[in-house]
Structures are given as structure tokens and as C-alpha cells.
Design a protein around this ligand. Structure first.
Ligand SMILES: [Ca+2]
Length: 396
């Protein structure tokens, strides 16, 4: 199993990403496709809605409202009445070795809601409920597995893996409330496997992952290429395993975060989330030694680059951003990549909101496979975004 996984990693990151990350690849290729990786990468789409047929149990879990007799027959857990008493809110759960055959099924750890502390591979297989299912959305209501090691932030103890669909970065640590979209491929022939591999020292693992199946024609379907998809004019985006106190930015990450362009909104502004825990904010610590004051770094650099403030190893790509308070018409050049320890579109030590009018609104995150000795204690990123209304009436 592990061998299979590492082979997968190699394909995803060596072929898929590395081959395409050469300097000839422009930011447009990353954000909107146009290079090989994208055709195999995730479609992305929208927020899951509690649609017709869904119900919320008193436990807070989402279930399917079914005729009374169907719930037990289909292997669900009856969780109270729905449809005015005409149906049962039926919760579906699977754990290691299970097969998901119902929409909105939870993948939970053994003994859930108690913790799980064994080594091994815990896997569920997702079968499409209909041939016309194009994506899965995984909602990490709870996901806490062992963190990455502390030198290079590699997930070498525990990992969440998704196979059988589009390539998905492997993650570890704690990512409660985060989500992923997975391309489910065509037809019924290729089930998606969701695995949690656990190994090494004792750790109180717990997970509850809601698996929603998205029809190809659904408005909830994420656009092509997005691992995460957010709707609404404002919100928060963050890296997996983000935590300003103890989180470690995960290495080996390559994915897009997409925000649906809402009607009559033409640009988007990003700012670092509040950090209520540290004197000096760690809400945006992508590269450098975060135990020191690290300013903003921008643009394409890398080893051998003459610029010490460039982003060659780990970065967020925005397309073309400027400090939000500067007019878009200002002569200051926009930047593609931002990294370092202070969020800004200009090199400096103060955090500033940035904005872009490149649409659709997307961010691409890249983290390479190493951290130490240059990059230390980086937490990753958390950004608040807010879309800005069109001002000239020409758009949308
Ligand atoms: Ca790195």
C-alpha cells in the first residue's frame, strides 16, 4: 500500500507538477490551465447545499430523509423524524473496509466518536450513486491525524490519501472544517478510494469526513482545476493543517483554491487573517524562519536568483495583485507570487490587503518538499477575502 502511494506521489508531483513548473509556465497556466497538469487535476466547484432529500439530525450530522422502512434496509442509522414526520432522517456511516453507496455518507474512524490509535490503512471505497456523478466533495467535519515531521514538514507518519480520481495532495495533521473536491471520472467503472494511513508513534486520531456526490450538471459542481471552491462575496481560505500556534505548513502541496465570482463583483481583496495568539502575526508564514521577523517576498526567484526576496520554493500565486489601496492604474507593477512571512504585494514588513481583478478568482498554492534550514516553523496561510463590486457597470 505504501509503495503504491509513494508511486502515486511521484506521478503527481514529479510528472504533474515539476515538469510543468519550469520558468516557461506563466501564472495564467497555473490558474486557468493550459499546461498538462490541469487536465488531470481537479475540477472545482461550489459549496454544498443541503438539498432536497437531506435533513439534519439532532446530532448535527446531515442525513437523507427516507421513508421509514428504507433506512435500516439500506444500512443507515435512524436519527429522528423528517418531512413533517413522514420520513426518517437516516445517517449513513462507514469506516475501515466499508463501501459508500449512499450520497452524504460519513467516513469515520473506528470507535468514532472516540479516538483511534492504531497503525494501518483504513480505507473506504466510494461507489457512484449514479453514472452522472462527476465530483465528490469531502468535508472534513473533523480531521485530526498525526502532524508532519518538524524538519521538512513531510507527512511521514499519517496521511489522508484519495485515489482513483484526479490527483489530490496528501495531507496530515489537523484540518477541521476544510474541504476538497475530487474529480470522480467518467462512468461507474472507477471507484474512488479514501484512505487514512496511520503509522509510527501513538496519536489520538479522529475523523468524520462527509462525502457528497455531485452530479455533472449540478450548480454545486466546482470548476475544472479547483481542489477547493468557495462561494459568497467574502470568506476565509487557509492551508491544510493551518494553526497559528502549532500548525506546520505541509510540504508537497500543489492545488488551486477558487472563489466563485459573484454577480456584479469585479475584483477581490485578500488580507491576512487575524492572529489572536501571537504578538507577531503568523497568519501568513510561507517561507523564511518564522521565529524571526520575515518581510514580504514577491515574484519568481529561486535558487541562483539574484533576488533574495523572491518566491522560488513555496508560494501563493495570485495572478496579478497590487496593494489594494493603490489604484489599479498605478504604475507599480503587479505581482504574481507572494511568500515570506508578511502578507503584502510589495516588499516590506507591514501586512497590507492586496487586490486583483483577474477573473475567475483563484489562488494556487505550491510548497516544495523541503523546509529546513532556510524555512523554519512556517504555519502556512490564512487569508480573508472579500469581493469588490463592479464600479463602472460594464461587467457582469
Ligand atoms: Ca518548502
Amino acid at each position: 500500500m505504501l509503495l503504491k502511494y509513494f508511486f502515486g506521489l511521484c506521478v503527481v508531483f514529479s510528472v504533474g507538477f515539476c515538469e510543468n513548473s519550469r520558468k516557461s509556465t506563466s501564472w495564467k497556466d497555473f490558474l486557468f490551465g493550459g499546461f498538462k497538469r490541469d487536465s488531470r487535476f481537479l475540477p472545482l466547484f461550489t459549496v454544498v447545499q443541503i438539498g432536497p432529500g437531506n435533513c439534519v439530525a439532532s446530532s448535527g450530522e446531515v442525513g437523507n430523509c427516507l421513508p421509514n422502512s428504507d433506512c435500516a434496509l439500506r444500512g443507515g442509522i435512524p436519527s429522528g423524524p423528517c418531512a413533517g414526520g413522514f420520513g426518517l432522517c437516516c445517517i449513513f456511516m462507514q469506516t475501515c473496509g466499508g463501501i459508500i453507496r449512499e450520497n452524504t455518507t460519513y467516513f469515520v474512524n473506528p470507535n468514532h466518536p472516540d479516538v483511534y490509535d492504531s497503525a494501518g490503512s483504513c480505507q473506504v471505497t466510494v461507489q457512484k450513486i449514479h453514472p452522472d456523478i462527476c465530483q465528490l466533495r469531502l468535508d472534513f467535519d473533523m480531521l485530526s491525524i498525526a502532524p508532519p515531521e518538524n524538519i521538512n514538514h513531510i507527512c511521514n507518519q499519517d496521511q489522508l490519501l484519495v485515489s482513483g480520481g484526479s490527483p489530490v495532495p496528501s495531507i496530515c495533521g489537523t484540518s477541521n472544517g476544510d474541504h476538497m473536491y475530487v474529480d470522480a471520472g467518467l462512468g461507474l467503472s472507477n471507484p474512488i478510494m479514501i484512505s487514512i494511513i496511520t503509522s509510527g508513534t501513538s496519536f489520538p486520531r479522529i475523523w468524520r469526513i462527509r462525502v457528497t456526490q455531485i452530479h455533472c450538471g449540478s450548480i454545486s459542481r466546482a470548476p475544472q482545476g479547483c481542489l477547493q471552491y468557495h462561494t459568497g462575496i467574502n470568506g476565509k481560505v487557509k492551508s491544510f493543517n493551518y494553526n497559528v500556534v502549532s500548525g506546520r505548513q505541509l510540504s508537497n502541496q500543489d492545488y488551486s483554491i477558487c472563489m466563485r465570482t459573484e454577480k456584479n463583483f469585479c475584483s477581490i481583496q485578500y488580507s491576512a487573517c487575524a492572529d489572536l495568539e501571537n504578538n507577531r502575526s503568523r497568519a501568513f508564514t510561507i517561507s523564511g524562519n518564522s521565529n524571526n521577523v520575515i518581510g514580504t517576498m514577491v515574484g519568481v526567484g529561486g535558487q541562483g536568483s539574484s533576488s533574495t526576496n523572491a518566491c522560488g520554493n513555496d508560494w501563493l500565486l495570485f495572478g496579478c495583485v497590487k496593494v489594494a489601496s493603490r489604484p489599479q492604474s498605478s504604475s507599480i507593477a503587479c505581482e504574481d507570487r507572494i511568500c515570506g512571512g508578511t502578507f503584502n504585494a510589495e516588499v516590506g514588513l507591514s501586512s497590507m490587503p492586496v487586490s486583483t481583478n483577474i477573473r475567475p478568482f483563484r489562488i494556487y498554492f505550491h510548497a516544495d518538499s523541503s523546509e529546513a534550514p532556510i524555512d523554519i516553523d512556517n504555519r502556512g496561510f490564512c487569508l480573508d477575502y472579500v469581493q469588490q463590486p463592479c464600479t463602472n457597470g460594464l461587467f457582469n
